[in-house]
Design a protein around this ligand. Structure first.
Ligand SMILES: [Cu+2]
Length: 151
């Protein structure tokens, strides 16, 4: 029963994307799973949006302590060092507090959970080279992607 409700909601969401293509640039959903994967390797930041509603879902079943996922935005240059340093920030859900290499980050979630971040597109400069990744220890190599900037 629960599954059929989820499928119905997904169908409505797809319908929404088809009929309101432009407005949906300001609302992004990325899924993650128990196989340490995001369902996309690219996130588009449309700078014409006042705000971007970024939702991360976790369609797996494993708890946050074993298969936690988040989305952290940073520059391509900072990605590797930040990802390494983030592993030590266990008290802050693996997002180092006050670290200016972190442009924005969602909460850390486990299986069956979701979280939404109101993202300011003005944080991303035109022509900048940005990446997103999961900062849970050991995940960044498999869970990362590029950021496309549009106006
Ligand atoms: Cu992860």
């Amino acid at each position: 029963m629960k599954r059929s409700i989820i499928i119905t909601l997904t169908g409505l969401a797809l319908l929404g994307f088809a009929t309101h293509a432009s407005a949906d640039n300001c609302s992004i959903t990325v899924d993650s799973d128990d196989n340490m994967q995001f369902d996309t390797d690219e996130i588009t930041i449309d700078r014409s949006c006042d705000s971007i509603e970024l939702t991360l879902t976790h369609s797996g079943e494993m708890p946050v302590t074993a298969m936690g996922h988040n989305i952290v935005f940073t520059t391509a240059d900072d990605l590797e060092d930040l990802a390494e340093d983030a592993m030590a920030a266990s008290d802050d859900d693996y997002v180092p507090a006050g670290d200016d290499r972190v442009i924005a980050a969602t909460d850390l979630i486990g299986g069956g959970e979701s979280t939404t971040l109101e993202l300011d597109p003005g944080l991303f400069e035109e022509g900048g080279d940005y990446r997103f990744f999961c900062s849970f220890p050991g995940h960044w190599n498999a869970m990362q992607g590029t950021v496309q900037i549009t106006d």
